[in-house]
Design a protein around this ligand. Structure first.
Ligand code: RFL
Ligand code: PHB
Length: 394
């Protein structure tokens, strides 16, 4: 086919996983091409994650893409669990010596796109019809239509599937019948971005009889709120007045007053857990949301994507530069322990904080007892804090 080119690693998806993998590989002398379905403006503005864990921050800083994060990100040394109408602080830094950094995912994406641009590394935006071929050979191929409508073929040594939960990579791997573990939670999140200064300097995770609410921070002027809702509800069921009323009720605490402001965005995020095992087939390797989904309560999805691609970059370098296939053979196995640790932590946070519509009064009392234990036992709080700031790599 005309319009064919060769590259060591074809990276499908230009979210945090694909961009970071591509950058790490190029730093190690492995050539890549990133294929992204959406436009540059779209990926740079897509608001999602807010919390970067300690190992993520160290990695970004270590590869020289952390300057804006260091200047604009907000270091958080603790967060509050709010229940029984008052705050119970988890002092992250006191318990672990580490902190988290609140810095939007779209800012991480902007920094990585910019870093590619500076080094002249290629990203093709607005590609379509991506298809993966010959994955069980040593020369897999990717075919796609570029932004100008031209059909192209990419011949590579490996394909990195970083195109999220609904991309072509997971769907292609699904045809090889991997084991897929899933769990759907009986609630969803209404995500609300409000132009109003956050009224508390740290995140508040509130457990309330009416349901969970998270008070998070985007900047000195912008507050991010997440409300537990019924998964059958739609954004139109939540006019602004209802959002503020519900936030006020669920965040009630002495001396705490919410300041209302214009709502800039509203969207609904489902609450789901998924793990695909193994995360690879032949020369296709899944990373990030393509391989697994965690409910957002633990603030872990992007951070887990970072942990995957760090391992994948190492394994692909060994394959491409040293013709050593052993690390890629073990890639999935080497990721899954952390994946399940993070699933465990995300499910724990989710179960502790949400109102399960099927739970009886006994279950509700147990939930409160667990929260009390976490906030009164130093050992229990330390374990929670260690997971929250991020388990060390390796
Ligand atoms: P992404 O970000 O979905 O990127 C995949 C990219 O692939 C593109 N794509 C394709 N490209 C080419 N061909 C195709 N056929 C394609 N199909 C799709 C897409 O356009 C996209 O650009 O996956 P990635 O890179 O694995 O990153 C994962 C994270 O985005 C995700 O886990 C986090 O946003 C999860 N998450 C959080 N993670 C954290 O670490 N900390 C947080 O505080 C946090 N908060 C959150 C969250 C996710 C949330 N939602 C929306 C579920 C809060 C929320 C509300
Ligand atoms: C966010 O600010 O987007 C955020 C913060 C903490 C979470 C999830 C999301 O647990």
């Amino acid at each position: 086919m005309a319009n064919t080119r060769d590259v060591a690693v074809g990276v499908v998806g230009g979210g945090p996983a694909g961009l970071l993998l591509s950058y790490l590989l190029n730093l190690q002398g492995v050539e890549t091409l990133v294929l992204e379905a959406r436009s540059r403006a779209h990926v740079e503005q897509r608001v999602r994650a807010g919390v970067c864990e300690h190992p993520t921050v160290e990695l970004l800083r270590g590869i020289g893409v952390g300057a804006r994060m260091d200047a604009q990100g907000m270091m958080h040394h603790g967060f509050s669990l709010r229940f029984d109408g008052r705050d119970h602080r988890i002092p992250l830094t006191e318990l672990t010596g580490k902190c988290t950094t609140v810095y939007g995912q779209q800012e991480v994406v902007k920094d990585l796109v910019h870093a590619h641009e500076e080094k002249g590394l290629p990203i093709e935006f607005e590609v379509a019809d991506v298809a993966l071929h010959d994955l069980d050979s040593e020369r897999p191929r990717i075919t796609y239509t570029d932004a100008g409508g031209v059909r192209r073929e990419l011949r590579c040594l490996a394909v990195a599937g970083c195109d999220g939960a609904h991309g072509v990579s997971r769907a292609t791997l699904a045809a090889t019948r991997p084991r897929v573990y899933t769990h759907d939670y009986p609630y969803a999140w209404l995500a609300v971005l409000a132009r109003t200064p956050p009224v508390h300097g740290e995140l508040i995770y509130a457990n309330h009889e009416r349901g969970f609410v998270l008070h998070s921070i985007r900047s000195h002027e912008v507050t991010q709120l997440y409300l537990q809702i019924d998964p059958r509800e739609e954004v139109t069921d939540w006019p602004d007045d209802r959002v503020w009323e519900e936030c006020r009720l669920r965040l009630t605490a002495e001396g705490f007053g919410l300041r209302e402001g214009p709502l800039l965005e509203k969207s609904i995020a489902p609450m789901r857990s998924v793990v695909v095992e193994p995360m690879q087939y032949g020369r296709l390797f899944l990373a990030g949301d393509a391989a697994h989904i965690v409910p957002p309560t633990g603030a872990k999805g992007m951070n887990l994507a970072v942990a995957d691609v760090r391992r994948l970059a190492y394994a692909l370098r060994r394959l491409v530069r040293h013709s050593d296939p052993r690390p890629v053979t073990r890639y999935s196995e080497s990721c899954l322990e952390r994946v399940w640790q993070v699933q465990h932590f995300s499910a724990l946070m989710t179960g502790l904080l949400h109102r399960d519509p099927a739970a009886d009064d006994f279950a509700r009392k147990l939930q409160l007892a667990r929260l009390h234990n976490l906030t009164t036992s130093r050992a229990a709080a330390t374990s929670l804090a260690e997971h929250y700031v991020g388990l060390p790599f390796d």
